[in-house]
Design a protein around this ligand. Structure first.
Ligand code: FRU
Length: 493
């Protein structure tokens, strides 16, 4: 009966989506190579994994409108991280324990089956005070990677221990991994004083879980927000990291300007005690306007740690909502650690998307454009040699009235991204401090209709943002401050 209800809800959502898809797909701002739902609202990436020869990515999905609503899990799969195919919607909120949403979670293979561990969200009427929600952790399973059934004994993690400093209400976004003979899951949580923390559970079979410990928490007075959402334990080469998305970090100068952040602590996990010993300060993973809730996966086949994030931000304006869709994912990125920092680089597989290549090598002394370097879907790799220059301005998505402006100055060492004149709906500037490497600045830029992802100096710093230019805005203009030896590789996608 329950199973039937779930199957019916999935079919109903699927049907509605197919109807809306036709309208949404006509929108110019729809990404051409990034993951987005066929129509309507998406947020966090979920269940990023490799199963039966394919990468799988699920996402928070509201199939019935372009606004956030009762969360389903949408699903895409890819053999190569470059071309993604839509799969049937995987989860719908149909049971008493997830009736107001199948919130974020993760995926893992065991004994040939694919398991999804997610948060069941239930809204309570708290008009007389008290908790406004119940969040528990629930399990669904599939043996083909397409059709998922919720298990009988859900929720598999019901409650948090009450004798510790943990607020039981906010308890979500389990990310599961295997170490030795056991599965572990980290879950986002909050202290009773409303500061962020994460807890960890342990299991032999994914069905029976034992609370292990508070895995990491904010220190007294530390500016790391009031709730840590979407935590990930990541093994990055020989390093270990806790990657998470704290809500409510306060702005510090030109840092932490978005409403919520995504960042990391490096450190070391103690599997006996369940404590992650933090080393160093909280740092963010992306300095743009739109990057949240990243999820990692350990790509064992290629021995690397991959990451995909939601390329949007809570509370920001999303003009595409009028056109019956909202939100997209970042490109897949590969993580590495250097100088106590997490670098993220585009996955090499994206080169499969290249349709054509143009190369220019030139000393630029004044504003310059190339006839064959312009567009709205591309990868643009640039080396600027600043030995004889003070800095540069690079204008993207340029028309007579629109432009998105990137700039760098050698004295201040500040790199800026300005979208005041980008087009519709969004404005503002983000900046990050970064040194040239032997007088050189390297940029790798991915443009896709309504997004830009800018990787600087091998992914040491990244800025990702949505922009909403008109389709005429395809120009690219290089403006040097001095003489710049410039190397440009332009790939149409
Ligand atoms: C993060 C988040 C998660 C939650 C999901 C709900 O963006 O708030 O904590 O599971 O979105 O859609």
């Amino acid at each position: 009966m329950k199973k039937l209800k779930h199957t019916e809800a999935l079919l109903k959502a699927e049907k509605f989506q197919q109807k809306m898809e036709k309208i949404a797909q006509n929108d110019y701002w729809r990404p051409q190579y990034h993951i987005a739902a066929p129509a309507n609202w998406i947020n966090d990436p979920n269940g990023f994994c490799f199963y039966k020869g394919e990468y799988h990515l699920f996402y928070q999905y509201h199939p019935y409108s372009s606004q956030w609503g009762p969360m389903h899990w949408g699903h895409v799969a890819s053999k190569d991280l470059a071309d993604w195919e839509h799969r049937p919607i995987a989860l719908a909120p149909t049971d008493e324990y997830d009736k107001d949403g199948c919130f974020s979670g993760s995926a893992i293979e065991n004994d040939g089956k694919l398991y999804l561990l997610y948060t069941g969200h239930v809204d309570l009427d708290n008009s007389n005070g008290g908790n406004d929600r119940i969040e528990t952790q629930c399990l669904a399973v599939s043996d083909d990677g397409k059709h998922f059934e919720k298990v009988e004994n859900n929720p598999v993690i019901k409650a948090l221990p009450e004798n510790l400093n943990i607020r039981t209400e906010h308890f979500r976004d389990p990310k599961v991994w295997k170490h030795g003979d056991y599965f572990y899951t980290v879950v986002g949580a909050q202290t009773k004083e409303e500061t962020g923390q994460v807890v960890v559970y342990k299991s032999k079979d994914l069905y029976n879980w034992k609370f292990l410990n508070i895995m990491a928490a904010s220190n007294d007075g530390e500016n790391v927000g009031f709730m840590w959402e979407c935590p990930n334990f990541a093994q990055i080469d020989d390093y270990e990291a806790l990657i998470f998305s704290p809500q409510g970090v306060k702005p510090e100068g030109n840092k932490f300007l978005n409403v919520h952040q995504s960042g990391f602590f490096l450190g070391k996990m103690d599997y006996q005690t369940g404590v992650f010993a933090r080393e160093g300060k909280f740092d963010i993973l992306d300095y743009g306007f739109d990057f949240y809730a990243p999820q990692i996966m350990q790509d064992e086949k290629n021995n690397r740690c991959l990451m995909i994030a939601w390329l949007d931000m809570w509370e920001s304006n999303m003009p595409e909502q009028e056109n019956h869709w909202a939100g997209m994912m970042s490109i897949p990125r590969v993580l590495k650690v250097e100088n106590n920092m997490i670098y993220s680089k585009p996955a090499d597989e994206l080169s499969k998307l290249h349709k054509s290549k143009v190369h220019h090598e030139q000393i630029i002394k004044e504003a310059t454009s190339f006839d064959d370097v312009n567009g709205d879907c591309y990868q643009l790799d640039i080396d600027f040699d600043l030995e004889k220059a003070q800095g540069f301005i690079l204008k993207l998505r340029v028309s007579n009235t629109e432009e998105t402006v990137i700039s760098y100055d050698k004295d201040t060492k500040i790199f800026k991204l300005n979208r005041d004149k980008s087009g519709c709906g969004v404005k503002g500037e983000r900046e990050v401090s970064i040194e040239p490497v032997r007088e050189k600045m390297n940029l790798q830029i991915f443009s896709d209709r309504s997004s830009l992802e800018i990787f600087i100096n091998g992914g040491k710093r990244v800025l990702s943002s949505r922009i909403y230019p008109s389709k005429e805005a395809k120009g690219i203009v290089f403006i040097p401050n001095g003489n710049i030896k410039t190397n440009v590789d332009f790939y149409e996608i």
